[in-house]
Design a protein around this ligand. Structure first.
Ligand code: NAD
Length: 373
């Protein structure tokens, strides 16, 4: 029997990851009775080979610019107007580069269903007034007055679109929304674990892109796998510390979900932040030049996230407590040479006899485990 009130899904975004997730959500919506068949996808309109990208997607069912070579299900409909795409949706999946989220939220304010729920796949932070940072899910909730869960994981978009097995993490506190969101996203090759530690999931997803820049510098400098492993480990320790200091109450176990260690590793080996950072060291060109040259319209996250994190650390006089994040920001902005990178982390607090940051005591402030929903 057909469901009387199937939920409508809208995907706000259509880049590399947005398109890969549209393939999954479109297929699930076509099969699940509690979801409406038609999935709208907001596409930032642009002209590709003389034709509108929305028209190309709706005619060929392929996002030829951001996910070429993969067919989207025909029930995914590209819409160039975000209000039109989102107005009837019960579930809004946000997947745009983080720099566009505030403008999109202002456009959507008052134009969506009041009882809609959101899921953010966006990795990054925004600056908050008064010298801090804002989580993207908090911005969505505050601006649109709807709850916003998050999805982060070791999910390079191309591999997900190729249907290669991977895991992901949804952070959702609501025991009813968690399973619903899992059903919208999960497939036999894309396995979802839902935890209630929303903020830690999101912070992991943002910070790992900074560490990926460090991994790219290591590659660019011709250093080896041992050095890269050290950068990944120190990065992980700074991620743990960051949550401990700025989002107390987070759970250490969340770092062992796909959104934590797994995403960190995959991003430090594959992914655009690592690739561009390697080229940054080898070519001497600026990050912006390389982003334009190498990514065909895709956006980098790591250098911008490093900048936002540094904005807060500087304001709080805490740059020296996060030497890896700080060095990566200074290298990306030309304040330090890439060749100085290792010297900046040689005397990391992690290497001091008496660590300025006591990891043992920090573990006590973490809850031992995350509740699975
Ligand atoms: N690509 C991945 O493998 C991956 C995986 C997990 C998470 N993410 C995250 O997903 C988010 C979206 O990344 P993506 O890979 O889908 O995008 P992308 O970088 O591939 O593409 C950029 C997108 O931004 C759009 N855009 C450009 N100018 C715009 C504007 N002014 N307003 C609105 N949109 C505009 C473009 O049309 C395009 O859809 C990011 O936060 C990213 O970190 C990406």
């Amino acid at each position: 029997m057909a469901c009387t009130n199937p939920k409508k899904v809208c995907i706000v975004g259509s880049g590399n990851w947005g398109s890969a997730i549209a393939k999954i959500v479109g297929n699930n919506a076509a099969q699940l009775k509690n979801l409406d068949d038609r999935v709208t996808m907001y596409v930032y309109e642009e002209i590709v080979d003389g034709k509108k990208l929305t028209e190309i997607i709706n005619e060929t069912h392929e996002n030829v610019k951001y996910l070429p070579g993969h067919k989207l299900p025909p029930n995914v409909v590209a819409v160039p107007d975000v209000v039109e795409a989102a107005k009837d949706a019960d579930i809004l999946i946000f997947v745009v580069p983080h720099q566009f989220i505030r403008t999109l939220c202002s456009t959507l304010l008052g134009k969506i269903k009041p009882n809609a729920i959101a899921l953010s796949l966006i990795k990054g932070f925004d600056r908050a007034e008064g010298g801090g940072i804002d989580l993207i899910s908090h911005i969505i909730t505050r601006h649109l007055q709807i709850p916003c869960s998050v999805l982060m994981g070791a999910n390079l978009a191309g591999e997900v679109a190729d249907e290669k097995f991977c895991e992901t993490t949804i952070g959702c506190k609501d025991i009813l929304a968690g399973p619903l969101l899992r059903d919208v996203i999960q497939t036999s090759y894309f396995r979802v674990v839902v935890v209630d530690d929303e903020d830690t999931v999101e912070v992991c997803g943002a910070l790992k892109n900074i560490v990926a820049c460090g991994a790219g510098f290591v590659d660019g400098l011709g250093l080896g796998d041992n050095t890269k492993a050290a950068v990944i480990r120190l990065g992980l320790m700074e991620m743990v510390k960051f949550v401990d200091v700025f989002y107390p109450g987070g759970k250490l176990s969340t770092f062992f979900e796909s959104c934590g260690v797994a995403d960190l590793i995959t991003t430090c080996y594959g992914g655009r932040n690592r690739k561009v950072s390697e080229a940054f060291v080898k070519t001497g060109k600026s990050i912006k030049e390389l982003e334009d040259e190498m990514l065909n319209g895709q956006k980098l996250q790591g250098p911008y996230t490093a900048e936002e994190v540094n904005y807060m650390l500087k304001n709080k006089g805490m740059e020296d407590k996060f030497p890896l994040f700080t060095a990566i920001h200074k290298i990306c902005t030309g304040l330090l040479k890439p060749s100085d990178f290792i010297d900046c982390i040689r005397n990391h607090p992690e290497h001091m006899d008496t660590k300025s940051y006591d990891y043992q005591s920090s573990q006590k402030s973490y809850h031992r485990s995350s509740s699975k929903l």
